[in-house]
Design a protein around this ligand. Sequence first.
Ligand code: HEC
Length: 124
Amino acid sequence: MLRVGTFLVAALLAIWVSAAKAADASVGWYTKDQARAGKKLYMQHCLSCHPAGYFGPVFKAWKGERLASLYTVMAEGMPESNPGGLDREVYTQVLAYILKDVGYPRGEQPLEPGSDRFMRLVIE
Ligand code: HEC
């Protein structure tokens, strides 16, 4: 009886965990439009110093950190030639493009720095 109970708990836990993962992936981190707009802005403001492929290793190094921290680094310190000099919207869209480039899922909800959801995003 005890074994059946343990098995059931384990099975339910497995279902719950996979449902939670699926929910995350289906929500996505940014919208298609944000990433599309961000690509142009990235080429304009970042590409000269950060060529294609630059952010893959950066995200590996930041694994386990909050996305909000990486956002602060870029929004306050970049571009190096004009730190914090771009609009908030520009940084948001550029970050959406970077997320797309390194392989994060897109979805219906926009990336929105400062929102509760944004504060919970952790680089994986
Ligand atoms: C004039 C050159 C220049 C431009 C333009 C520039 N950056 Fe940077 N960026 C740097 C340098 C230099 C560093 C520090 C690199 C290092 O520490 O290895 C850096 C570091 C970063 C980091 C931290 C990386 C890490 O390893 O933690 C981020 C994020 C970043 N840049 C994002 C951006 C974004 C987004 C843009 C465009 C809005 C941008 N940068 C434009 C020169 C630039």
